[in-house]
Design a protein around this ligand. Structure first.
Ligand code: DAH
Length: 337
């Protein structure tokens, strides 16, 4: 037995371990459950008593010797391989991906900027609204069709706001004129989804209430906006319209043209694209917010951001804006607005 111990030790001394695989082989051969050391220990139990002392010592020495080799190997190979995994020198530098703003956010920010330059402050309101702010205070009659189940998502007594006009009410309830505000946000409608309309979209609401505000002020403000946003010389037209919360009411179209297939589709062949609704704030709306309609007048407007975004960036299907497709989004990299 002593001889076997000596042989194993000599053999182990000659082994040169150079990798974690070789280290594992070493462990399996000598120090695992079925390894040589355990094999010797099993034989040791059957030795006659007087031999046990000497053999036992030799066996312990051998085991300690082998364990030291294993430990040193662990320190050398396992640790350095772990480190190597953490730092991969072959990776390209600047591996951080820079994101991009969503086109809707780009357009929203640009719109806010334009009106901010005209002295409009920015305000926001909740997307889950009560009937008062979304409808009643805005002078919708009890039986107005817009309250119909088809247009509105109801959640118990509350609604998902169908327009950002609700924020006008919240702001007028809080403050007396002069008020000059721009109010962006997401709105919801229970509508059939198609390439031109979605069940949620984005609006930006404008409100200006003060003494002596007129329809001429409204037009001047919107002309300025169109030239700034769509470019100088962009043609505009106003059409008479109806909204319960404005009197008189109008809609504004811009000339997008009929020269491309996309523009024809977007404008239903007319070349004119409706971009917003507007008007003079109805006296009932002012009264509902405790603002004296004898003293103050105001104008308001509301426009869809999604349509304008489609026009500006050449989208032909509104749903493409919300696919979260990184290939679409990454095209807007580097536009800082
Ligand atoms: N709230 C209207 C809509 O969602 C848009 C609108 C029209 C807003 C006229 C206004 C306005 O502020 O004066 O269709």
């Amino acid at each position: 037995m002593l001889e076997s111990i000596r042989n194993i030790r000599e053999e182990a001394e000659r082994i040169k371990i150079q990798s974690s695989e070789e280290l594992e082989k070493f462990r399996l051969k000598y120090l695992s459950k079925k390894g040589l050391v355990n094999h010797l220990i099993a034989g040791f139990r059957d030795l006659p008593g007087e031999k046990k002392k000497e053999v036992g010592k030799a066996l312990n020495d051998l085991k300690a010797f082998l364990e030291r080799i294993l430990e040193e190997g662990n320190a050398l190979y396992l640790q350095s391989e772990d480190e190597a995994k953490k730092v991969d020198d072959s990776l390209p530098v600047n591996a951080y991906r820079v994101g991009s703003r969503h086109p809707i956010s780009l357009v929203k920010n640009e719109l806010c900027d334009i009106f901010y330059r005209l002295g409009f402050d920015i305000a926001e309101g909740p997307e889950v609204e009560d009937d008062w702010h979304n409808f009643s205070a805005l002078n919708f009659a009890e039986d107005h069709p817009a309250r119909d189940m088809q247009d509105t998502f109801f959640t118990g007594d509350l609604v998902l706001r169908t327009h950002t006009s609700s924020v006008q009410i919240r702001e007028m309830e809080k403050k007396q004129p002069p008020l000059r505000l721009i109010m962006p946000g997401r709105v919801y409608r229970n509508e059939a989804i198609s390439s031109r309309s979605n069940c949620f979209f984005h609006q930006i609401e404008g409100l200006y209430v003060d003494e002596g505000v007129t329809f001429a002020d409204l037009k001047q403000t919107l002309y300025y906006f169109v030239q700034e946003f769509f470019g100088e010389g962009t043609k505009v037209r106003f059409r008479a319209s109806y909204f319960p919360f404005t009197e008189p009411s109008a809609e504004m179209d811009i000339w997008a043209g009929t020269d491309t297939e996309d523009n024809r589709r977007l404008t239903k062949g007319t070349g004119w694209l409706e971009v917003l609704g507007c008007g003079m704030v109805h006296p009932n709306v002012l009264k509902n917010c405790d603002i004296d309609p004898e003293k103050y007048t105001g104008f308001a407007f509301g426009m869809g951001i999604d349509r304008i975004t489609m026009l500006k960036y050449g989208f032909t299907d509104i749903r493409d804006l919300f696919l979260n497709d990184i290939r679409m989004l990454s095209q807007f990299k580097g536009i800082q607005k």
